[in-house]
Design a protein around this ligand. Structure first.
Ligand code: CP
Ligand code: NVA
Length: 303
C-alpha cells in the first residue's frame, strides 16, 4: 500500500491492520508513551478548502511520531493545477518531503498527485470521498459497540463524499449501510453497486429516513451543504426538510442508537441541538479518533 486515496484501494486485511494499529497507538499515547518512528520525516499538507479537525489532527499526529508537518492553506496553493500542474507539484514535493496529504475539490487532483509523486499521498477529503473520516468512524463504532460485523449504520442526508466512503468501509467490515436522502441527493448507483460487489446486499438507498433508522445501531449525518456548494444553500435547505436527525426522527430508532456526525455540524439543520448534546451522541469521540487513526496511517505509510 503506497498511498491512501480511497477505501477501495485497500484490502480488508490492510484496513483491519490499520484499525488494530490505531487502537494500539491510541493505548500507547493514552499511557503517555511515544513511538517516534517518523523522526526527521516531513509531511506537506495541501488544502484547497477549509479544515479544523483534519489539519490539526494530522499536524499533531506528525509531531507525536517525531516528524513535522508543513501546512499550505487555500490562499497559498489556490486550486491545484491553476498556477502549475499537479504533476509538477507532485514531483517537486517528492524531492523535499516524505509524504503529501491533500484536501481538494476534484478527486482526480489527488489521483494525479499520487501518479507523479514517489512518496505516499493521503486523501484528506475530495468531492468524491473522505476515507480518513470513515476509518476513524469505524474505530469509534468498534469502541462503542464492541464489534463491526453485522451492525447497521443509517446515514441520513446528502449522498456525498462522507456517505460514499462510509458505504465502502461498511462493506469492507461486514456492516449494513442504509442511505436515506431526498430525491436527487441519493448516493450514486455506481457507488452502491461497488459496495454491494464487496459484500452482497450490504448497501441500500431509500427516500424514507424513518424506515432507515429502524433497528440501526448507528445513525449518522453530515451537512446538507458541503464545501463548494454554498451557492445551492437555500435550495438545499428546502429540499432536505424531513431529513434532520432530530428527536422526532429518533423516536423511530432504538433507545441506544449511537449518533454520529463528522463535523462541522449545523444545529437546527441536519441535526438538532438536543440530539448533538444527547447521551447517545458520540461525535466528540469520533472527532478524537481522527487523530488516532491518522497517527496509525502515517506510521503505516511513512514509517
Ligand atoms: N470532519 C472533518 O474533516 O472536519 P474538518 O473539515 O474540520 O477537517
Ligand atoms: N461533506 C462535507 C464534509 C466536511 C468534513 C464537505 O465536503 O464539506
Amino acid at each position: 500500500m503506497k498511498s491512501f486515496l480511497s477505501i477501495l484501494d485497500c484490502t480488508s486485511e490492510e484496513l483491519n491492520e490499520l484499525l488494530a494499529l490505531s487502537a494500539n497507538l491510541k493505548a500507547l499515547y493514552k499511557n503517555a508513551k511515544r513511538d517516534v518512528c517518523l523522526t526527521g520525516k516531513v509531511l506537506v499538507m495541501l488544502f484547497e478548502k477549509a479544515s479544523l479537525r483534519t489539519r490539526v489532527s494530522f499536524q499533531v499526529a506528525m509531531n507525536d511520531l517525531g516528524g513535522t508537518a508543513i501546512y499550505l492553506k487555500p490562499e497559498d496553493i489556490g486550486i491545484i493545477g491553476q498556477r502549475e500542474p499537479a504533476k509538477d507539484m507532485a514531483r517537486v514535493f517528492a524531492r523535499y518531503v516524505d509524504g503529501i496529504m491533500a484536501r481538494t475539490f476534484s478527486h482526480e487532483t489527488i489521483v494525479e498527485l499520487d501518479r507523479w509523486a514517489n512518496v505516499p499521498v493521503v486523501n484528506a477529503l475530495s468531492d468524491w470521498s473522505h476515507p480518513c473520516q470513515a476509518m476513524a468512524d469505524l474505530l469509534t463504532i468498534q469502541e462503542h459497540c464492541s464489534q463491526l460485523n453485522g451492525l447497521k449504520l443509517a446515514y441520513i442526508g446528502d449522498g456525498n463524499n462522507v456517505a460514499r466512503s462510509l458505504a465502502f468501509a461498511c462493506a469492507k467490515f461486514g456492516m449494513q449501510f442504509v442511505c436515506a436522502s431526498p430525491k436527487n441527493y441519493e448516493l450514486d448507483s455506481k457507488s452502491l453497486n461497488t459496495a454491494n460487489s464487496i459484500l452482497s446486499g450490504c448497501a441500500l438507498q431509500t427516500n424514507d429516513p424513518v424506515q432507515a433508522v429502524k433497528d440501526a445501531q448507528v445513525v449518522y449525518t453530515d451537512t446538507w451543504v458541503s464545501m463548494g456548494q454554498e451557492a445551492e444553500k437555500e435550495r438545499r435547505i428546502k429540499d432536505f426538510q424531513g431529513f434532520a436527525v432530530d428527536e422526532s426522527l429518533l423516536a423511530n430508532a432504538s433507545k441506544n442508537t449511537k449518533i454520529m456526525h463528522c463535523l462541522p455540524a449545523y444545529r437546527g439543520y441536519e441535526i438538532s441541538n438536543g440530539v448533538m448534546e444527547s447521551e447517545n451522541s458520540i461525535v466528540f469521540d469520533q472527532a478524537e479518533n481522527r487523530l488516532h487513526f491518522q497517527r496509525a496511517l502515517l506510521k503505516y505509510l511513512m514509517g
